[in-house]
Design a binder for this molecule. Structure first.
Ligand code: WTA
Length: 658
């Protein structure tokens, strides 16, 4: 099948997209967010939300200190994230409420975890960590799949005041090691294996490889999930059950550490435009206030809501909206371990029928996958509990948006297209479901108090209809506080383009109604199935293979995954490519970064197109990978290279069609 160009299509369609969906009067009336929410000032808004939504051990004294590009929020406050997410709900008598309905990938493997259960689990885990010497300020890495022990481990760290980094279970050992070294982690929490589409993901084996080159990691705690065979290194590795033996589950035995508002909560690594991922810094109070507040208003969460964010906790969506926001708000959530098509393509809809969530939040790539499978899988199940649908991670094409609303939301539910980033910590551009008239493909309006704009190259505001660079001109509570260990990169990446203005890295357009349409990345960051990955990371993975002389990578539009990765590779010694080399290179990238970053196409070429000054002409590579007519080639050092490349590119695309 020929791949259609989803991204372009979305943009073209958006221009003629005239469908409008106003909230129903019933929804409007009962909504958490009422229209006056947009009139509240920054000071008033965040002061009220912080005081009503969060419990403080010591009140904060100053709302915001903004010394660009560094912001501090809720200065002087003392609080604990775990206390806010768990203890206080139990203290208020909500211990019996379900915190997580957990569904394992193997069917009939289920757990129901109340807030009281969660408190016991977290206290025991935190006591266990303490026994191993973890204390306030110890850096911890977590490398796990979607099992209940993952939020438990995160919360146990926050209880003690140990900053952590969660590394997505799809990353390789090498990626894990790079992150643990950057953060100087002393302890790693992992599991034996994970389940994915019926296969075992060798998490502990990957972790073993990572620890070989992570000298700071002294101990490794292993949670048993599949019971598969793993190596345990004496003196370094221990089973969680051993760590937990004899530990108390009484909250008094492990009180929540009072943390400063600006203490480090976690780092989350994300791709930038160099080969080295950035450790994005999130601190305690602003982050928690920001995620809890947006969660409440955007998803219209009610006390009896059952909320399903179907992301992976290893990415920021899972951090903010499966763990911290949802628990801080005392909401019942669903966590599902596996893939949507295991054992059948209706697995998700079975889950909806079973737990009756009223809110579902997922990524456009998943919606397009369900769309490709056809609506009959959803139609077999009762989805009538759903009341609000959400999307995140990439621009959604209007067809997918409308399909989601019609086939999953019975043409009744609002669909909130939420725009944000690892760096922003919380949703920044989004509809509010009881207020906003929705337009398929548009993330609509900045959240209250968020000052978003679209600039041209000169830093002037682009008039309605025109495209430009998305910027944010005022700080917000959950914003990143820096890049770990690299203030210069922080300043250059986000703040050097325009004074005191956050440079997002996305293109956008604002229409006549003031609604935002996101147009994808403007830098060398690709977005594959909602996973951010830079061209340079994949390139350096490829050239680390002994047979590769040079490599360049471009994203091409893909109807399902948003973008797919095309690699252009020159082999050493003038060797020609072969199917076995292709397989080897894909596996190699899988090993270096993670399988999700393996190129979908590899074009072998004796030479890459370069300018006379030796720069690879990425624009031309994008043309080739999209199978488009080539743009301006006059600056090429050797114009014959590109004709040959175009021929090879076509050949490679042809293979895919067949
Ligand atoms: C893209 C994910 C269009 C965007 C929360 C951003 C989106 C990057 C949307 C961040 C959306 C996210 N519409 N594009 N609703 N949401 N993006 O850090 O390019 O994994 O810069 O955070 O995803 O990806 P990240």
């Amino acid at each position: 099948m020929k791949a259609t160009k989803a991204g372009e299509h979305a943009i073209e369609t958006m221009q003629v997209e005239e469908r409008r969906y106003a909230p129903s009067p019933e929804f409007r009336k009962q909504a958490n967010a009422q229209p006056d929410i947009y009139n509240r000032s920054l000071d008033d808004f965040w002061t009220k939300e912080a005081n009503e939504r969060i419990s403080w051990f010591e009140p904060w004294k100053q709302l915001l200190e903004w010394k660009p590009p560094y912001a501090k929020w809720f200065i002087g406050g003392k609080l604990n994230v775990c206390f806010n997410c768990v203890d206080r709900h139990v203290e208020k008598g909500h211990g019996g409420k379900v915190a997580y309905f957990w569904e394992g990938e193997p069917e009939n493997d289920r757990r129901q975890i109340t807030f009281a259960d969660l408190l016991q689990d977290v206290v025991r885990f935190a006591n266990g960590l303490k026994k191993l010497g973890v204390k306030k300020g110890t850096h911890v890495a977590i490398y796990m799949g979607m099992i209940p022990e993952l939020p438990v481990a995160m919360l146990a760290c926050t209880r003690i005041g140990a900053p952590f980094t969660v590394v997505f279970g799809g990353f390789s050992g090498e990626s894990l090691s790079g992150r643990m070294n950057d953060m100087s982690c002393e302890l790693l929490i992992t599991q034996d294996e994970g389940w994915r589409r019926g296969n075992r993901v060798p998490l502990k084996a990957n972790a073993d490889a990572a620890m070989e080159s992570s000298p700071t990691v002294m101990q490794c705690v292993v949670i048993k999930r599949t019971g598969g065979d793993v190596q345990m290194k004496q003196g370094r590795d221990l089973w969680a059950s051993e760590m937990l033996a004899g530990t108390s589950d009484d909250p008094k035995s492990c009180p929540c550490e009072p943390m400063d508002s600006e203490d480090l909560l976690y780092l989350l690594y994300t791709s930038g435009t160099t080969a080295k991922p950035k450790g994005i810094i999130h601190t305690t109070a602003g982050y928690l206030v920001g995620v809890a507040t947006t969660h409440h208003y955007i998803f219209d969460v009610k006390p009896d809501s059952v909320y399903w964010c179907a992301a992976d906790i290893g990415w920021v969506t899972g951090h903010s909206y499966i763990v911290f926001a949802h628990l801080a708000n005392g909401t019942t959530g669903i966590v599902y371990e596996g893939t949507p098509d295991f054992p059948d393509k209706d697995r998700w809809w079975k889950i909806v029928e079973r737990y009756k969530p009223d809110i579902l939040y997922t990524a456009p790539t998943t919606i397009r996958t369900h769309m490709k499978w056809g609506p009959e899988f959803a139609a077999k199940h009762d989805l009538s509990s759903l009341r609000v649908l959400g999307t995140v991670g990439e621009p959604i094409n209007p067809e997918a948006w409308v399909w989601y609303r019609e086939h999953i939301g019975a043409n009744r539910t609002p669909v909130v297209d939420t725009w944000w980033q690892t760096e922003t910590g919380m949703i920044l551009i989004t509809p509010l479901p009881g207020i906003t008239t929705l337009k398929p493909g548009s993330a609509t309006k900045p959240f209250p108090t968020i000052d978003a704009a679209v600039y041209n190259n000169a830093g002037e505001t682009v008039p309605p209809g025109g495209g430009g660079y998305l910027v944010i001109r005022q700080p917000w509570p959950a914003m990143l506080r820096g890049i770990f260990g690299d203030p210069k990169r922080y300043e250059e990446t986000y703040w050097s383009r325009w004074k005191n203005t956050y440079f997002v890295g996305d293109g956008a357009r604002i229409d006549e109604d003031g609604d935002f349409w996101l147009l994808g990345r403007v830098d060398d960051v690709m977005n594959v199935s909602g996973h951010r990955i830079s061209t340079i990371e994949v390139e350096s993975a490829l050239v680390s293979h002994p047979a590769v002389a040079e490599a360049a990578v471009a994203g091409r539009n893909d109807a399902q995954t948003g973008q797919a990765i095309v690699a252009f590779v020159t082999l050493k010694g003038g060797k020609e490519g072969s199917p076995s080399m292709l397989k080897e290179l894909r596996e190699h990238v899988g090993k270096v970064i993670g399988k999700f970053a393996a190129p979908s196409n590899v074009v072998f070429t004796p030479e890459l197109p370069k300018t006379r000054s030796g720069k690879i002409m990425r624009r031309l590579l994008r043309d080739v990978s999209e199978n488009r007519p080539l743009g301006d080639t006059t600056t090429l050092a050797d114009p014959t290279v590109v004709a040959e490349l175009a021929r090879r590119g076509k050949e490679e695309a042809g293979k895919e069609e067949s």
